[in-house]
Write a protein of this length. Structure first.
Length: 203
């Protein structure tokens, strides 16, 4: 069985894509989306899962968006720094969705399914940005997701990302946390470890 056919079969034609979003608050309708990172989950010839290619975009706050001081103190993002290589929301989503559709086609998958730590946060921000920008051909399922906070709670007894990674024997560097790229990569590793622990689907 090839890796591409294996991942298509493993999740009913869905391709897991880990997504992490850094934002200016908790309200997806009013608060700015500031960073988005995504990591493809692939299957190896032995049936195990591992993170594959990834993407990251610094995003310009949309016009009229809110930047909550408490959230900005946590993520430490300066959205208006002159050296920050940010792009408009629509450009970021258009480029990301194009690359994900290419990944879907290469693996014979029909749709992407979002994997996230407290996944509804990321999915709600993603869906709000899609609606706001009117970007077409969103590859993600609009409401289904895999939540690693839930999976880690069941498999490891921990729901906080840092503690779940430590319980799994995976690395975590606090100083790099709240970077979308870093959090997405660590979440991808956690998802793969839990899935590999449970093994493949048996008929």
């Amino acid at each position: 069985m090839s890796a591409s056919n294996g991942i298509a079969t493993r999740f009913r034609g869905f391709l897991p894509i880990v997504v992490d979003i850094e934002s200016g608050g908790f309200n997806p309708l009013t608060d700015a989306l500031l960073e988005i990172a995504a990591v493809v989950i692939d299957m190896q010839p032995d049936g195990s899962l591992q993170p594959s290619e990834s993407w990251r975009f610094h995003v310009q706050p949309f016009e009229g968006s809110r930047l909550d001081p408490a959230s900005m103190a946590v993520n430490k993002i300066d959205p208006f720094h002159p050296l920050r290589p940010s792009v408009p929301e629509k450009d970021a989503l258009t480029r990301l969705f194009r690359d994900i559709r290419t990944a879907l086609k290469a693996r014979d998958c029909t749709r992407a399914i979002l994997v996230g730590h407290n996944a509804m946060f990321d999915l709600n921000f993603l869906n709000a940005a899609v609606l706001r920008t009117a970007v077409k051909r969103n590859p993600f399922h609009p409401f289904s997701s895999f939540d690693t906070a839930t999976l880690a709670g069941v498999a490891l007894g921990q729901t906080v990302l840092a503690k779940a990674l430590q319980a799994a024997g995976l690395s975590w560097t606090s100083s790099e946390a709240h970077s979308a790229a870093y959090d997405a990569q660590r979440t991808a590793e956690l998802f793969c470890l839990i899935c590999n622990r449970f093994g493949g689907v048996r008929s």
